[in-house]
Structure formats: structure tokens, C-alpha cells
Design a protein around this ligand. Structure first.
Ligand code: ZN
Ligand code: ZN
Ligand code: FE
Length: 751
């Protein structure tokens, strides 16, 4: 008996070889009908015997292409229309666009084999790709995902490529960026005003000879150089004004990685993800100038055909591969910008002709006791939908000013953008505005009909910009509540009562205070109440104190009995004294509960008395000092709903004066925090009811703290939740705002 059905699929189903997969499956099951890309995903019409339809549905779920992911599947019974074949038909436009845009994918094994096969017509072609690999998000101009709406629209397919593109049984069937040496884009190498060729061979030679080369990749330009050549590494630091922050490496293969870092099986799994992220691993070997004062080294594998070719052609087997930009700005992605901005930094430019539509930085992951966590979520992951929120409203959440991301919610699906940098920088703010425009255009969002969420900080650029946007409603969200809500959004635990602990550097609290050590109890449906916090300290200079650990120390140490801090072993510089002076005059002093500044104070006491050269540096340095040490925890008592840091700091000063090893002190500080937090949770559990502990904020990117805390909490038997699909730092704020918005907008409208 012939039956028919219409299957509607949503998720990452476009640009991942989904339609050819369906085509082959339908033929294998001898079913008639069609498949098409719609605005909301993929639609499949099937006609045939009932048991074959059933078998098809099962196989569809069992044999999905590697990069595809189904979020929703709906089957409608239909009356057969008498199709006599199965076809892939023209994409539909119109309707609400909620199809998931595929992130960019690393080169697949089949394409790599062809790239290295001298008899293949795409031998050594740096833009080889297929439906299983290659660029997606970085080349899409609009939806649905079809070649005329990508940055490949300018290249006419040759007859051979066309044949593959049209053949449903071919791996390149409807692979939108498909190209070959005959018809596709190519690379050229500019060196001192001259074009060198062959471009890739010459690039490999320059890298070998110690040059810094700007390379056009998937989501922007990288600066590359030999990681084992200390002179060029030093030159890169000087030219890029990047004094200390660690550089990430791209290594030729696993063997090279194995020489540089300690690799667990979990780390290997992360390195081999189709997203090809940077994975922070413990160092085995110190490479001069690459990651100073850091226990880890960020490494990644080649992920574009270009990268593989450079290694094959003799480039050094460990390359520094760093975003071509100034720190805290997103990656440069336009040729003319790269040429202008990198003049004086790069010795040569390897310029690819395929335009990049939007910038996407490399993603960074690290392994912790609680599993892998993101330090930055971008290429290979953005803009995949992270979660589903229970709302029909369209929401746009603009995040915070540091480590900005955006979250757009359509039909409940939360799409989180790539990392956009710190908005105080011009290029980052431009990227932020571009990304808002971009997401709204791509998903056809009418802002006038959208709820816009922003951080409660009135001076944030993101907040001010949000308030200028047309919107159905503008809603502010408190920063630390957003951190907690981001974790809950991932878990979709709307009603679960949680104890939320948000530890970070800076966030706007009540009455102008700078918060950053906050404890909440509640749920997304009922709201959160702040029930405890770090003891208030004075912060001289407000947010600007974040760059000077001794300036933070002036406030945090104010209530302690102190020796002369300007002499051995502390040697605090002049800035400490002037901060103390402002403090006594009560000039530019703000109350703060910032855990980030507490870390800075501890770092200052242990010798980090200079200015920071990047955000979070002092805390990373402390973690580095403490790694591999052991010591009893310092006291960090919880009294009157306040975590008192004074005994903790007093203990550091005492041990420092007694000449104790700095690493042990740093460890005892971490252990004290973990122990103090655990004791606080135990106390609060007596007065409040909650079912899970939620950790949010950048402080929880500290692997040692997570390890010590999870150990200290074992006996309490609460589930411990932390962001896994997005970074715990301010990259998660937009998602948390959106989660808030999903509930707040409904209650505001009902009120
Ligand atoms: Zn491929
Ligand atoms: Zn071709
Ligand atoms: Fe934060």
C-alpha cells in the first residue's frame, strides 16, 4: 500500500551534504518524491511502501553526515501525489528563516588525499573542498545557502566542476564553494612589493628562513612564523606590541604535537574535531617567547588545504599562528585592511582571492576536571544554535563590552555569534555593529518587532548602542545574573532552583558598585535573589584598576595591618602609594566585590607588581605559579553572608615575609578559595533549598580552581554546572541575557 509523508527537519542540515545524503538514501530505499532547502531547514517529500518509509526514517537518523545535526524533526502524513522519481529541487525562499548555518569545517580526509595525489586534477589546489568540508559561515552572504549567495559567486564553474556539482552521487554535489585550479580562485604572495611564485613554495621557504608571513585563512588573516626560531618570535612580539600573551601554534601533525605538549586521549579528540580548535595542553617543552609564564601551550592541527600544503612544501613543522590584529580586537579579514594594518608587522602577504564575508577567530578549548570548556568559542562552532529557549519572541541580546558576543533567538533557537572582541577598541565596535546587522539581515529579523536585551551597565558601548536600536522592548539584565542564566540556558533547567556563584572581574551591580563575587539563589522562572557575596573592598579608579594589580591591592589590603609594602619582599611601586593616597582622600573610589581584583591582589603580593599586558593575566600567572604545588588551604571564612578575604590575604603576607616558596602560597590561595566556597555552599544549603550549583564568570576558566572546588564539593553531592557550549567568561553574557529575556519579556507583557 503506497503512503506519503512530508518530513521537516531543522538543525545544522544545510551546507553539510545533507540533500545528497537524503537523495542517496531515498534511492537506496526505492522511495519517490523530493528534497529541498527551505528557510527553516530541509523538507523531504516521500512516497512508497509504509515499511520502506519507516526504514528510511531510521536510516536518516542512524547514518547522518558527520557535520550534520538534527534539532527538530516533524513528520506529517500526506496523500501520495504519484511521483515517479526522487529529485533534489530548487531551494525555497520566504517564510521565517531559522535554518542553522553550518560553521566552517576542517578539510576532510577524502579531500586531503586528493590534495596530495599528483594524478588528481586538484593536486595541491589550496581551495579544494566538498560537502563534508570547507568554509561555510565565513562565505555566506545570505540564506538559503546556495552558491549565488556566497563569496564564491564570482567564479563560474568549469564543465568538470559543474558535472560534480550536478551529480547527486558525487561528494561535491551542491558543494557551494566547489572549485578547481581551472575555474576557481588562487593565492598570490607579495614580498617587498614583488609577487613571488610559486606562491606556496615560496611562502614555505620564507617561513623556513625566519620571515613573518600574513596568511589568509578561513575567517581572517593569521600571522605565521617559525615557533622554534626565538629571534622571529621576539620580532613578532615587538612588531605586534604583544609583550607577553601566549601565542597559539599550528603543528604539522600528532608527532610534532607530542614533542611539545602532554596529550591525553581527550585532548586528541578535541584536536581532531571538525571544528579544528586550538586546545590548551600542558607544556612538555619550553619554546622561547611563545607562551612565557604559562603552564600550557595552545596547539591546533592544520584545517585548510592551504595549511596542509605549506607543511607539505617544507614550512617549519611548528608555526606560530596568531590572529592578525591587535590584542582584544577581532581578526582582520579584508585584504585591504590586512595590508594596511599589518604593514610593518608582516614581511610578506599570502593573499587568497576568495573573499571572507565575515571574520571568525580560532576557537580555544581546555580540558578541566569538569570536562572540556571553551576559552573562546568562534570558528567551527559559531553560529550553531546552542540551545532552545521556551519563547516565540524574537530576541537580540547584545552581550557585554569585554569579550563580546551576540545572541539572536528566533522561534526559540538561540544562535550565539562568534567572538567579537573588546568593544572599547574601534575595530571591535565596528565588528559588533556589523555582526548585529549581519545576523538580522541573514535571518530577516525586523528589530522593531524584537526584544533587545543589554547589560545593566549604563556606560557600556553595547548598552548605549542597544538603546538606540529600534525594538519592541529594551530590557537591561544584571551582568552576574546573566552569567548564571547562561549556564541554565544550556541545561534548559528553567524551573530548577539553583545556587549560582558568579566570580569575575567586573560587572555593574546595584548602586554603582562593581560586582564580581556574587551568590544567587533562585530559578529563571521565579527570578534570582542575591544571598551572599565577597566582602566589599574599595577600588581606586573603578574599572581602570583592572590593569594594575597593585592598584587593586591598595583597596583590598586597606583593612589589614601591613609592613612597608614598598620594600622587600613586596617592592610595590609608586602606583600603590598614589592609589593609597586617593583612597584616603576618598577620590574616585568605588565599592567592589570583584573576585578578579582579589586574584590581582594575591598576584601583586607574590611579585606581579607591574601592569598587566592583557586581561586576566595576573590570575593566569597565579594559576601557573600554583601548578604542580601542594599546600594546606588558607582560611577564607563565610560569615554574615559574606566571604571574608582578609584572613586569606593576611596569611599570604605572613608566609611571604617568612620566605615561603611563592608557588606554595599561590596553591594555598587557590585551595583556600575552593575550601571557603565549599563551606559557604554547605552553610547556605541549611537556609535555602536548591538542587544544583551553577558556576559562571571568567574566574572559572581557572583549571586548578575548578579541580579543587569539585573535589571539595564531592561530599555535598550537588550537581555542579558550568558552561560547556560557550565560554564561562563574558562571551556567555549574551546567551544569559537571552535566557532572561525569554522569561522577562513574557512577564512584562502579561503585566
Ligand atoms: Zn572534503
Ligand atoms: Zn573547475
Ligand atoms: Fe563577567
Amino acid at each position: 500500500m503506497k503512503q506519503a509523508c512530508l518530513i521537516k527537519l531543522n538543525g545544522t542540515v544545510q551546507g553539510v551534504g545533507f540533500r545528497p545524503f537524503v537523495y542517496r538514501l531515498a534511492h537506496a530505499h526505492r522511495l519517490m518524491g523530493w528534497v529541498l532547502n527551505a528557510g527553516e531547514g530541509v523538507e523531504i517529500w516521500l512516497e512508497g511502501e509504509g515499511d520502506r518509509l519507516e526504514a528510511f526514517r531510521q536510516a536518516l537518523l542512524d547514518d547522518l553526515p558527520a557535520a550534520a545535526h538534527i534539532a527538530r524533526l516533524k513528520v506529517e502524513e500526506q496523500n501520495p501525489e504519484g511521483y515517479t522519481g526522487f529529485r533534489i529541487i530548487q531551494s525555497q525562499t520566504g517564510g521565517k528563516l531559522t535554518a542553522h548555518i553550518s560553521p566552517d569545517l576542517a578539510l576532510c580526509p577524502d579531500c586531503l588525499a586528493e590534495l596530495r595525489d599528483p594524478s588528481n586534477w586538484r593536486y595541491q589546489y589550496p581551495y579544494i573542498n566538498c560537502t563534508n568540508c570547507g568554509p561555510r559561515y565565513s562565505i555566506i552572504e545570505a540564506l538559503p545557502y546556495d552558491r549565488p549567495l556566497t563569496s564564491m559567486k564570482g567564479w563560474q564553474l568549469c564543465a568538470d566542476c559543474q558535472q560534480e556539482y550536478d551529480n547527486p552521487l558525487n561528494r561535491r554535489f551542491h558543494a557551494q564553494p566547489v572549485a578547481c585550479p581551472m575555474c576557481g580562485p588562487s593565492f598570490k604572495l607579495l614580498h617587498k612589493g614583488q609577487e613571488l611564485s610559486p606562491a606556496l613554495t615560496e611562502t614555505a621557504r620564507l617561513l623556513r628562513e625566519g620571515a613573518i608571513v600574513a596568511l589568509k585563512g578561513i575567517g581572517g588573516y593569521h600571522l605565521a612564523c617559525d615557533a622554534r626560531n626565538p629571534e622571529v618570535v621576539q620580532a613578532l612580539r615587538e612588531r605586534k606590541f604583544r609583550k607577553e600573551k601566549a601565542f597559539a601554534l599550528m603543528v604539522k601533525d600528532l608527532d610534532v604535537a607530542d614533542k611539545l605538549v602532554y596529550l591525553t586521549d581527550d585532548a586528541k579528540t578535541l584536536l581532531r574535531l571538525v571544528a579544528a580548535p586550538i586546545v590548551l595542553c600542558p607544556k612538555k617543552l619550553e619554546l622561547s617567547g611563545v607562551a612565557p609564564e604559562n603552564p600550557g601551550l595552545g596547539i591546533m592541527f592544520p584545517y585548510t588545504p592551504l595549511h596542509y600544503l605549506l607543511f607539505d612544501l617544507g614550512a617549519p613543522e611548528a608555526l606560530i599562528m596568531t590572529s592578525a590584529n591587535h590584542s582584544s580586537e577581532p581578526i582582520a579579514y579584508k585584504d585591504e585592511d590586512a595590508l594596511a594594518q599589518l604593514k610593518g608587522i608582516a614581511d610578506a602577504f599570502l593573499i587568497g582571492e576568495r573573499p571572507i564575508v565575515r571574520r571568525v577567530d580560532d576557537s580555544v578549548l581546555r580540558l578541566t576536571r569538569l570536562g572540556p570548556i571553551f576559552l573562546r568559542r568562534s570558528r567551527g562552532f559559531a553560529p550553531a544554535a546552542l540551545t532552545t529557549l521556551p519563547t516565540r519572541e524574537t530576541l537580540l541580546a547584545v552581550g557585554a563590552d569585554l569579550k563580546n558576543t551576540l545572541t539572536l533567538v528566533i522561534e526559540g533557537q538561540a544562535f550565539v555569534s562568534q567572538y567579537l572582541g573588546d568593544l572599547e577598541h574601534y575595530h571591535s565596535f565596528e565588528a559588533f555593529k556589523e555582526a548585529i546587522h549581519d545576523l538580522c539581515t541573514m535571518y530577516d529579523v525586523d528589530l522593531a518587532d524584537t526584544v533587545v536585551l543589554y547589560d545593566a551597565h549604563p556606560d557600556y558601548y553595547s548598552s548605549q548602542y542597544a538603546l538606540e536600536l529600534p525594538a519592541k522592548m529594551h530590557l537591561p539584565v544584571q551582568h552576574h545574573q546573566a552569567h548564571i542564566a547562561a549556564v541554565i540556558a544550556e541545561k534548559q533547567a528553567w524551573k530548577t532552583k539553583v545556587l549560582g556563584i558568579a566570580l569575575d572581574g567586573t560587572g555593574y551591580g546595584e548602586e554603582g558598585a562593581i560586582w564580581g563575587g556574587e551568590v544567587f539563589c533562585g530559578s529563571l522562572t521565579e527570578g534570582f535573589k542575591r544571598i551572599a557575596h565577597l566582602r566589599y573592598a574599595s577600588l581606586v579608579g573603578g574599572d581602570s584598576a583592572a590593569s594594575y594589580p597593585v592598584q587593586a591591592a591598595a583597596g583590598f589590603l586597606a583593612e589589614l595591618e601591613l609592613p612597608d609594602m614598598t620594600t622587600e619582599p613586596f617592592n610595590f611601586p609608586e602606583r600603590y602609594l598614589s592609589a593609597k593616597d586617593l583612597l584616603s582622600k576618598k577620590l574616585r573610589v568605588f565599592p567592589t566585590t570583584s573576585a578578579g581584583r582579589l586574584f590581582d591582589t594575591a598576584a601583586a603580593l607574590l611579585g606581579f607588581t607591574r601592569a598587566l599586558s592583557f586581561e586576566g593575566q595576573a590570575a593566569m600567572w597565579l594559576e601557573y605559579l600554583a601548578t604542580g604545588q601542594a599546600a594546606e588551604p588558607y582560611p577564607f571564612p563565610f560569615l554574615d553572608n559574606t566571604l571574608d578575604y582578609r584572613p586569606l590575604l593576611a596569611a599570604i603576607i605572613k608566609d611571604r615575609l617568612a620566605g615561603r616558596v611563592a608557588g606554595q602560597i599561590a596553591y594555598a590561595f587557590h585551595a583556600g578559595l575552593a575550601q571557603g566556597l565549599a563551606a559557604m555552599i554547605e552553610t547556605l544549603a541549611k537556609d535555602y533549598s536548591f538542587e544544583a550549583i551553577v558556576l559562571g564568570g571568567g574566574v572559572f576558566q581557572n583549571g586548578l580552581l575548578l579541580e579543587l572546588l569539585s573535589t571539595a564539593l564531592v561530599k555535598l553531592d550537588f550537581p555542579l554546572w558550568i558552561s560547556q557550549a560557550v565560554s564561562a567568561n563574558d562571551e556567555s553574557i549574551s546567551l544569559g541575557q537571552a535566557a532572561f529575556g525569554a522569561f522577562a519579556s513574557a512577564s512584562q507583557q502579561n503585566a
